[in-house]
Design a protein around this ligand. Structure first.
Ligand code: FES
Length: 195
């Protein structure tokens, strides 16, 4: 008897070795499941739903109990890196979509890149202003592939512009009848410092 592993109920079955871990078996048949923590049971990015063949698999590990809540366990989710295929038979699993599990770093960067491209210029400035200059440069580099000798300068300018926009926006949101008080408060504070 062998293990017939399928991805999705319409998938083609592939034969994998009994005794292998599900994540490894998947990779051997060309299905690369995400593994943000490197298969150490510290995330949930490798989660799959077991559609068929739960009885072929090793019992839940501590890591699975920690990262999959009761609802997810009830839906037959398992962490592929934690699951050993202990018995032969038909096994069908479906990777858990990213909306229902943590994103990997790569997915987060991709999302950021995609969303950043859609932002208006002002919002781009603002997004960059939220980073420290060094990280902003790294972010910009990841997004646009800007060469290092110009990237740092651009980011300094962008971050400065973004901060100015934020300050202006904050001022514009303040109630008009507070303006006099703000000035008074500033005067009072200045006086307090001068004493
Ligand atoms: S890869 Fe992180 S728990 Fe499986």
């Amino acid at each position: 008897m062998s293990v017939n592993l399928k991805f999705g109920t319409d998938g083609e079955p592939s034969i994998v070795a009994e005794g292998s871990y599900l994540w490894d078996a998947a990779r051997r048949v060309g299905m690369r499941l995400p593994a943000e923590c490197g298969g150490t049971g510290q995330c949930d990015t490798c989660a799959v739903v077991v559609n068929e063949g739960m009885n072929l698999l090793s019992p839940l590990t501590e890591a699975e109990r920690k990262h999959l809540n009761a609802e997810r366990l009830a839906m037959n989710e398992r962490l592929a890196c934690q699951v050993k295929i202990e018995r032969a038979g038909d096994l069908t699993v479906t990777p858990v979509p990213v909306l229902e599990r943590d994103e990997t770093t790569e997915e987060t960067v991709d999302d950021f890149r995609r969303n950043f491209r859609k932002l208006s210029l002002d919002k781009k400035f603002r997004a960059l202003a939220e980073f420290e200059v060094v990280t902003a440069y790294q972010a910009l580099n990841a997004i646009a592939g800007v060469p290092s000798y110009i990237g740092g300068k651009i980011v300094e300018v962008l971050a400065g512009r973004g901060r100015t926009l934020d300050a202006r926006e904050r001022d514009a949101r303040r109630p008009a009848d507070h303006e006099a008080n703000v000035t008074d408060a500033n005067v009072n504070t200045d006086e307090a410092f001068n004493k």
